[in-house]
Design a protein around this ligand. Structure first.
Ligand SMILES: NC(=O)C1=CN([C@@H]2O[C@H](COP(=O)(O)OP(=O)(O)OC[C@H]3O[C@@H](n4cnc5c(N)ncnc54)[C@H](O)[C@@H]3O)[C@@H](O)[C@H]2O)[C@H](O)CC1
Ligand code: K
Length: 508
């Protein structure tokens, strides 16, 4: 477990810091160390001699900012301080007195502020406990409108540490220096517009303290390359054969949405799965064969609308012949009986897209509670709301945990910061992605890729949620790579499938 993987709430961070202080580390010494590291980073980023405005709050976030102000002052920067509060915490007040004694200009009102090139935001950190109002809210909006580069200490002032919600108003940072461990709020989608480029400043928190507070295996983690390498089916056993490398059944597509089936198939292909079968309506069978010659395409009887009416598996094949079933992309809502049939099977199952809408109609919780085998649900926010109308998704981490606990399924809530939870509340958050993936068809690719990976790891010890996390990471890294080469507008779902393999080439 690396520090990069760990995610903490405000209460957990306070407990961890409390242990460090109780063990003898002076608070002032830790502030000095943390702020020293931030000053070092800023000196690399901000050219010598430039003017930096330092925004100082009443607590220790403000204390950090004052130490940064002092250091930059001595390193030859022009520094001024904006500190509008009448009462400061003691340590913060001492640093403020010293900064004033050094002749650093200090201001209480925004209309008196000289111009500057950069801003450092130390108004509030972990201790923000209520909405920001009145003159402080006005000041934050004023700084946001000044369009300066802003460096936030710990988190942009105004964001809730755990949910990432904006409490009244919040600083829009260019870069956020998150202190010690990743705060959960920085990994929540609603914080994204505020945090700019996030960076972890490691100030040597002892691992023993982290484990005492979070347990040996923390519940909420960031997906990193290290996690992914552990659950990829690589290297392949030299004596494997096609049936040992997983058999995935994709049930997808309709006359109307034939492309979804192709995209899911191409996602599955990239996973390296041993055998791939794809059940589609009879009328699109030849189309699928031409795109995926290696796959076994099963043409099924179809409704008048061109949806699969029932599964017609060849010969002696049963649903139990497959390692995993992935069902949903492009089905339309006319395939309800199919979804019911696969849910009743004992085969590990991924439900996506139309299968989720059908599940919502037949009753999410009551239907899934009866299932004995693994289920993965991969909704985007709209589908999540239809599946779980009673779960609030302001805190997306809590939302997936609740949904997984209620259904016994692994729930993947798609978005700019996809969150995945197992029924016990173990969560993975994907912290690197690209808006280039916000396009029709990109989810179909993920379903196929995830199905193919799950099929290959079905008989192994790897936890399901780890494989789901790996698929999520792989999919977004392909998006990032594709966007680098083709621009953010060039990542159509088909092109995306062509970058999946390149992601693995980069680190195998
Ligand atoms: N643990 C440590 O000592 C260290 C912490 N570091 C930095 O300190 C902050 C956390 O400091 P804390 O003093 O607990 O909280 P804040 O600085 O965020 O401010 C709390 C302060 O603000 C008042 N307040 C809260 N909400 C509002 C509001 N809406 N309007 C006005 N005032 C508000 C509250 O009453 C308190 O007085 C952490 O993030 C780190 O940056 C150092 O890193 C090292 C040591
Ligand atoms: K801050």
């Amino acid at each position: 477990m690396t520090k990069e993987q760990i995610v903490v709430t405000s209460a957990q961070m306070c407990d961890i810091e409390g242990r460090i202080f109780a063990a003898g580390m002076p608070v002032a010494a830790l502030m000095e160390k943390v702020a020293g590291l931030i000053s070092d980073r800023l000196q690399v980023i901000i050219p010598k001699g430039r003017c930096v405005g330092i925004l100082v709050g009443p607590g220790h976030n403000g204390g950090d900012a004052l130490v940064v102000a002092r250091e930059l002052h001595f390193r030859g920067y022009q520094v001024w301080i904006y500190q509008p509060f009448s009462k400061l915490k003691e340590l913060t007040n001492q640093h403020f007195q010293y900064a004033q004694s050094l002749g650093i200009p200090c201001f209480q009102e925004t209309d008196k502020l000289p111009s500057c090139d950069f801003l450092v935001d130390g108004l509030f950190g972990l201790g923000l406990e209520r909405e920001i109002t009145d003159s402080i809210a006005y000041a934050i909006n004023y700084f946001n409108e000044s369009n300066k580069q802003v460096f936030s200490i710990d988190l942009p002032s105004g964001l809730h540490t755990d949910t990432g919600a904006v409490l009244g108003t919040a600083i829009r940072a260019t870069q956020t220096f998150c202190l010690g461990l990743w705060k959960q709020g920085l990994l929540q989608e609603q914080a994204l517009e505020y945090i700019g480029k996030p960076e972890l400043i490691d100030f040597d928190i002892p691992l023993a303290d982290i484990h005492t507070v979070l347990g040996e295996v923390p519940k909420i983690k960031r997906i990193t390359q290290t996690t992914v390498i552990a659950s990829l089916p690589l290297p392949r056993s030299p004596i494997t054969h096609k049936y040992k490398s997983g058999h995935l059944l994709l049930i997808c597509g309709s006359r109307r949405y034939a492309g979804s089936a192709i995209l899911s198939g191409l996602g599955a292909r990239a996973s390296g799965v041993g055998m791939l079968s794809i059940a589609v309506p009879e009328s699109v069978k030849t189309l699928l064969v031409s795109h995926l010659p290696e796959a076994l395409i099963i043409g099924c009887p179809e409704t008048e609308t061109g949806a699969i009416s029932h599964l017609q598996l060849p010969g002696k094949t049963h649903l139990s012949s497959f390692s995993v079933i992935a069902c949903g992309p492009g089905l339309t809502q006319d395939s309800t009986p199919i979804v019911q049939q696969v849910i009743e099977s004992q085969v590990p199952l991924i439900l996506d897209a139309d299968a989720l809408n059908i599940l919502a109609q037949i009753g999410t919780i009551s239907t899934l509670q009866k299932r004995q085998t693994t289920t993965v649900l991969s909704p985007h926010t709209g589908e999540f709301h239809r599946l779980f109308p009673d779960i609030s998704y302001t805190d997306r981490v809590k939302a997936v945990q609740t949904a997984a606990a209620q259904t016994g399924a692994v729930v993947l809530l798609k978005g700019a910061r996809t969150a995945i939870s197992n029924p016990q509340g173990v969560v993975w958050i994907n912290s690197e992605s690209t808006p280039a993936l916000a396009r029709g068809g990109s989810g179909d690719v993920l379903t196929g890729l995830m199905g193919g990976l799950l099929a290959q790891t079905a008989n192994k010890q790897t936890p399901i949620e780890d494989v789901v996390a790996t698929a999520t990471w792989w999919h977004s890294q392909a998006g990032i790579l594709a966007a680098e080469e083709r621009t953010e507008l060039g990542v159509d779902a088909f092109s995306l499938t062509q970058y999946l393999m390149k992601v693995l080439q980069a680190f195998t």
